[in-house]
Design a protein around this ligand. Structure first.
Ligand code: 1QQ
Length: 382
């Protein structure tokens, strides 16, 4: 800046015409899938961040400083997630990064944040192993390992299922991890598997696998899929007369399923999540009302989790004395995060220490219990 301009700015700040706090904006990176198949999740996630940041700023910001979001589209692709993380961390000099949307991308991009000693905070990554990457990796999304056993035991208790067929995507970190955890939960709960079938990202015709599944006459289908494949799988299963319960993971927990599998094809889908639109706790009622008013549509679990995550980061930031020395401030934020507790749209939240592969302390997972819901006529009901 020219020295004349600098002097003028200083005079304007001194006169109270330009707020001094402007100099201490808190830049936070948001790297989410805003285009492509995973945008079904990523747009909701971005909305949740924007809603929370606007509320926090309207209430005076954090110790007087405003949150400024730097939002980037990582397209649900791991190469793009790496590019966007690099841009946000090294060019935009953000204090921390939220995202990316998919575990598949987090596994590729989070090591960049870890190496740069910058917090990577996932709000939708549920595969095993993400927080083993290192001590700068956090998430408030509840893992498949925590959700799936409860989902299976609830469906067993409510429907009396005796066996299941399994169908999963074998080329994605999340769908593969969902499969591993389903397999373990089925073994632990002594539920026999009639057949195990697979598909790949981008497949559109699942009739061969579903016909095989139908031939084994299962009481339910266990499905580890993202919406892009999971929705047409439900449509085609119902077309083949397979009307049994479908037991899904985090990938099937979105209101988008009602548009993508219309006319009742989405009925009888069971999922577990800490968040429900039916939860009448005041924090959730406030969130749902504010979301509807701002975005003209109902929120989903993904928006609830990003909304809460922004408040969790804000709680940590309140305890950080920002110095303007970026590496120091990034480390101070990391150190302040683990002890945050917060009651938001998803209910009471705290972190749980995760370990790396050698069993040494690494990042932090969500310590929250899921509630199981089932879809009925365009709604998830408890
Ligand atoms: C993951 C997921 C997806 C469903 C996120 C949108 O849980 O990739 O981990």
């Amino acid at each position: 800046m020219q020295s004349k301009t600098k002097k003028l700015l200083a005079a304007l700040i001194a006169a109270g015409i330009v707020p001094a706090a402007h100099a201490a904006d808190i830049k936070i990176g948001v790297a989410e899938a805003l285009s492509g198949g995973a945008a079904q999740y990523g747009v909701s996630i971005r909305n949740g961040f924007q809603l929370a940041a606007d509320e926090i700023n309207a209430a005076g910001g954090i110790n007087g400083n405003k949150i400024v979001l730097v939002v980037e589209d990582e397209q649900g692709k791991k190469e793009e997630a790496i590019n966007v993380f690099k841009k946000l961390i090294f060019k935009d000099n953000v204090l921390m990064v939220f995202g990316p949307t998919l575990s598949n991308s987090a596994q590729a991009a989070d090591p960049i944040a870890q190496a740069a000693k910058t917090v990577a905070f996932g709000t939708s990554n549920t595969a095993d192993g993400i927080t083993s990457i290192g001590n700068y990796v956090f998430r408030n999304s509840v893992t498949e390992a925590d959700v799936l056993p409860a989902t299976i035991s609830t469906v067993k208790a409510k429907t009396g299922l005796k066996n299941v067929a399994v169908l999963y995507g074998n080329d994605d970190v999340f769908t593969k991890s969902g499969y591993d955890n389903f397999k373990k939960a089925l073994e632990d709960q002594k539920i026999p598997v009639t057949t195990t079938e697979t598909f790949a990202k981008g497949d559109v015709d699942f009739k061969a696998q579903l016909t095989k599944i139908k031939g084994t006459n299962p009481d339910a289908i266990v499905l580890s899929a993202l919406l892009a494949e999971g929705a047409p799988i439900m449509v085609q299963a119902r077309q083949l007369g397979l009307n049994v319960p479908v037991i899904g993971g985090n990938g099937m927990n979105s209101v988008k399923i009602f548009d993508l599998a219309p006319g009742g094809a989405s009925n009888n889908l069971w999922i577990g999540s800490p968040w429900s639109i039916e939860n009448k706790a005041p924090e959730n009622v406030k969130f749902i009302g504010a979301y509807k008013a701002k975005f003209n549509g109902a929120p989903d679990q993904f928006a609830a989790q990003s909304y809460d995550a922004m408040y969790i980061a804000a709680q940590a930031l309140k305890n950080v004395k920002l110095s303007g020395d970026l590496p120091k401030d990034r480390a101070a934020l990391r150190d302040a995060l683990p002890s945050v507790t917060w009651t938001g749209a998803t209910g009471p939240f705290k972190f749980r220490q995760a370990n790396d592969r050698a069993g040494k302390p690494a990042g932090y997972d969500a310590d929250q219990a899921p509630i199981v819901s089932v879809t009925k006529d365009g709604k998830y009901v408890i």
